[in-house]
Design a binder for this molecule. Structure first.
Ligand code: ADP
Ligand code: GLC
Length: 491
């Protein structure tokens, strides 16, 4: 793995980079997971450091509405579709929204109908997105903005990489892996169709390029063609080079180890600040932690839990997919309840896990509460009101919730994997190794032993609250990478 310059001491880079940051989601406009928060937080932090960052994303116009509909700054035809580029602002962020109603004006999530099914034409939707990003990277596409760096994130924007790197006089390309478990795999026919429709090069149908065991892999476009790769924690950078967590791409990642960097995510410490959060009722900080219990009482009441200040309350806020290990929480529930724990879970995803949590809420009413759907405000109230956060992830590239929790004095109990192991330690939380219900019960038991020792608990809370998880340091690391890319591409 290549070294990232140590940003703690790194001087602020003098160069001002023009960065085209491609993402399929952006908080709070449209969010299905952490990528939305990261794109917004990183974009803002880079802007504050003096860089000119422009976000580019599809305009899912039925899912969000930027305050003012913005002017069209460029248009093109890709794959027979007219793509209008709208310039938009989200606070201090600048964004280019790619308007193409036939592809993007749909309800649900960026990827599917919201009821669990992906859109059947995601190859085309994100093929066009990647092609459009590459078009905007060209120095003639946008008046007044010629990017030095194109920063791609996860499979939905990955297809831009081979197109940009084929351009003469081009910007540098960074591809960030947020989750290798999502690869954008499509049948061979998708490649053939996209070859004709958006100009995929025939030579890219090769195991060294976009082919993955007979299928088209979008993520490989990023992994094989970007100048540099990064991922969102040191632990995950190591893990994705193994057969177990490389999801079939470990070999390619080992080959590219010299270009692979690890930059841990930051969090937006303005939006997630218990002293000022407009989404919570009682504000507090590390020196006024007793106030937190008032949020707990409100939360217990709101969720129909028994209102008991001394009963430990654990929260889960998660996509309910196998990655997150929430089935382990369901398996462990009888024992956790025996230990006197209350559980408040918020999340949606796999139907079987949703059903188990729903059932638990009915069977153990007053002790377990489950809410489905995406509810940003409730996520904040949970962080402010709970004592513990459970994240028993089977793998976790970085994870943001454990950092939000620590900032809110909510002690995380996490599996020692990926970014969880990078960001939680014995001074701030509880870690366990085996992805089993027994190991989770054991770790929660340790946490509950600490909970009854109020001085020890306070120390754990305060340690977490005083950690610096802000974006500044990580933004400086990205800056270092952008600098290398610019040196290489003479920008
Ligand atoms: P991932 O991106 O894998 O889902 P992260 O921990 O990086 O995991 O980010 C998840 C983000 O999504 C967090 O900001 C978390 O609060 C939020 N989140 C997950 N599920 C929900 C939900 N049901 N309602 C509100 N926010 C949610
Ligand atoms: C992914 C990962 C998560 C990470 C997020 C933002 O969705 O699952 O661990 O925090 O991306 O990088």
């Amino acid at each position: 793995m290549a070294d990232v310059p140590n940003s703690a001491q790194a001087p602020t880079v003098n160069a001002r980079f023009r960065v085209l940051l491609a993402t399929s989601e952006l908080a709070p406009w449209v969010k299905s997971g952490g990528l939305a928060d990261v794109a917004a937080g990183l974009g803002r932090a880079l802007g504050r450091r003096g860089h000119d960052v422009r976000i580019v994303m599809p305009y899912y116009e039925t899912q969000f509405d930027p305050a003012q509909p913005e002017r069209v700054v460029a248009s093109s035809f890709i794959d027979g579709y007219r793509i209008d580029v709208l310039e938009a602002r989200l606070g201090d962020l600048s964004a280019y929204l790619l308007r193409c109603p036939a592809l993007y004006a749909r309800p649900g999530t960026p990827y599917g109908d919201g009821a669990g099914a992906d859109w059947p034409d995601n190859d085309e939707r994100f093929g066009v997105f990647g092609r459009a990003v590459a078009w905007l990277a060209d120095r003639h596409a946008l008046r007044g903005f010629v990017p030095d760096v194109v920063h791609l994130n996860d499979w939905p924007s990955a297809l831009a990489a081979p197109f940009v790197t084929a351009q003469p006089d081009r910007p540098g390309v960074l591809f960030t892996i947020h989750n290798l478990g999502y690869q954008g795999l499509f049948p061979r026919e998708s490649f053939d169709r996209l070859e004709t429709r958006i100009g995929l090069d025939r030579s890219w149908w090769s195991p060294a390029a976009l082919e993955f065991h007979g299928r088209l892999s979008f993520i490989k476009a990023g992994l094989a063609f970007a100048d540099r790769l990064s991922t969102v924690s040191t632990g995950y950078a190591r893990e994705i080079q193994t057969d177990e967590l490389g999801f079939g791409l470990g070999g390619l990642l080992r080959q590219r180890a010299g270009d692979l960097h690890a930059i841990v995510n930051g969090i937006d410490t303005d939006r997630w600040d218990p002293a000022r959060d407009p989404l919570i009722t009682h504000h507090y900080d590390a020196d006024r932690l007793s106030v937190k219990s008032r949020n707990k009482a409100l939360l217990q009441r709101e969720l129909g839990l028994e209102v008991e200040s001394r009963r430990p309350l654990a929260a889960v806020i998660s996509r309910l997919v196998p990655q997150k290990g929430i089935d382990l929480v369901a398996d462990a529930l009888p024992e956790l309840l025996d230990r006197g724990l209350q559980l408040a879970a918020l999340g949606s995803g796999a139907e079987d896990i949703e059903r188990r949590l729903e059932r638990a809420g009915i069977d153990h009413s007053g002790k377990v509460a489950y809410r489905g759907g995406m509810d940003e405000a409730l996520a904040h109230r949970l962080e402010a009101g709970a004592d513990l956060l459970l994240m028993p992830s089977r793998y976790e590239p970085c994870g943001l919730n454990q950092m939000y929790s620590m900032r809110y004095g909510t002690v995380p109990v996490v599996r020692r994997t990926g970014g969880l192991a990078d960001t939680v330690d014995a001074a701030t939380g509880f870690l366990f190794d085996e992805p089993t219900a027994d190991a989770l019960v054991q770790a929660v038991g340790d946490a509950l032993d600490a909970y009854v020792d109020s001085e020890r608990w306070l120390r754990l809370q305060q340690n977490g609250m005083r950690r610096d998880f802000s974006w500044n340091r990580s933004a400086a690391d990205y800056e270092g990478l952008y600098g290398d890319l610019c040196d290489r591409h003479g920008r």
